[in-house]
Design a protein around this ligand. Structure first.
Ligand SMILES: Cc1cc2nc3c(=O)[nH]c(=O)nc-3n(C[C@H](O)[C@H](O)[C@H](O)COP(=O)(O)OP(=O)(O)OC[C@H]3O[C@@H](n4cnc5c(N)ncnc54)[C@H](O)[C@@H]3O)c2cc1C
Ligand code: FES
Length: 279
């Protein structure tokens, strides 16, 4: 579990290549790992963006948004993680859906990359839409373009691609041609909700990759509970991909806010903990 490469992709966006032959041998697109930075740290889930079976490595890309991702980002090449579990979750359903639209927002673009690669290799005609608040946050566009027939970029401030939201482009595409076999979206929950609302009237199959709060990642704690089609599902073992037309997004957004107080508290203790990790 040694970090063998580190790259800063944008401010607060870091890529690690980690030695993990067992996970690298088995990981499939859409699966994730749960890691701990140190013995007393919390467990956090991160998508396996790439796996190299030959070299026994996996790649993760994460945004330093809070306590654990910030101390994780302070690790350097040669450092080891305390623990790494995976591959977890059901892989994304890969097949030839014909024409597909694959949408990634913010750090969700990193999570989208393995799905883009897999669907292109399965014979799909791939349209990708990448969205970010500003140009710097639209990461990996060259890697995504390599496996896309066409790529659209949108930014909220117009600093790259079209000014606007991914849903503006999506509406335009579906309005012209309603022949898409799949729309797949990974990004902030409000984005996945908005995408599902756009595709619903068109009746287009829509999958969203849910980032509910996870602890064990193996179906035991119930923390990642989501309601899909009026049934309780655990995102870690039943997902993370679900039919966007059936997800109760309001409940998911409420559950995402459960630990705001503790998250803020964690940020206050950050300086002290960073010292502990880097010393
Ligand atoms: C299946 C899955 C795959 C993910 N893949 C990626 C990825 O590839 N790259 C990436 O940057 N992020 C990914 N995330 C989100 C990532 O897990 C959170 O950003 C991280 O846990 C934040 O922890 P923190 O202590 O730094 O931040 P905190 O300040 O504790 O929290 C910031 C926000 O992160 C979310 N979060 C916090 N703890 C957890 C947790 N244990 N599980 C899930 N979400 C949490 C909450 O929404 C919270 O509001 C993924 C989440 C899931 C469920
Ligand atoms: S994370 Fe515990 S049940 Fe899913």
């Amino acid at each position: 579990m040694k970090i063998i490469a580190k790259e800063q992709l944008a401010e607060n966006l870091i890529k690690f290549v980690i030695e993990s032959p067992n996970i690298a041998a088995k990981a499939l697109p859409g699966q994730f790992i749960v890691l701990m930075v140190n013995e007393t740290g919390e467990r956090i889930p991160l998508t396996i963006v790439d796996n190299d079976k030959k070299n026994g490595t996996i790649t993760i890309i994460f945004q330093a948004v809070g306590f654990t991702t910030t101390i994780l980002g302070k690790l350097e090449v040669g450092d080891c993680l305390f623990s790494l579990v995976g591959p977890l979750g059901r892989p994304t359903s890969v097949g030839n859906y014909g024409q597909v639209i694959l949408i990634g927002g913010g750090v969700g673009i990193a999570e989208l990359l393995p799905v883009v690669r897999a669907l292109k290799r399965a014979g799909c005609v791939v349209t990708t839409i990448l969205g970010g608040r500003t140009a710097d946050l639209v990461i990996l566009s060259e890697e995504i373009k390599e496996f896309s027939n066409i790529t659209f970029i949108t930014t909220n401030d117009g600093s790259l691609g079209e000014k606007g939201l991914v849903t503006d482009t999506l509406k335009r595409l579906l309005g012209k041609n309603n022949d898409y076999g799949l729309v797949f979206c990974v990004g902030p929950v409000p984005m996945m909700k908005a995408v599902s609302e756009v595709t619903k009237p068109f009746g287009t199959k829509t999958l969203v990759c849910l980032n509910s709060i996870m602890i064990d990642g193996t179906g035991m704690c119930g923390c990642c509970r989501v309601t899909v089609d009026n049934q309780t599902k655990f995102a870690c073992v039943d997902g993370p991909d679900f039919d966007g037309h059936l997800v109760d997004f309001e409940e998911l957004m409420t559950r995402q806010k459960r630990f705001v107080e503790q998250e803020e508290c964690g940020l206050c203790k950050l300086d002290e903990s960073i010292k502990g990790v880097t010393e």
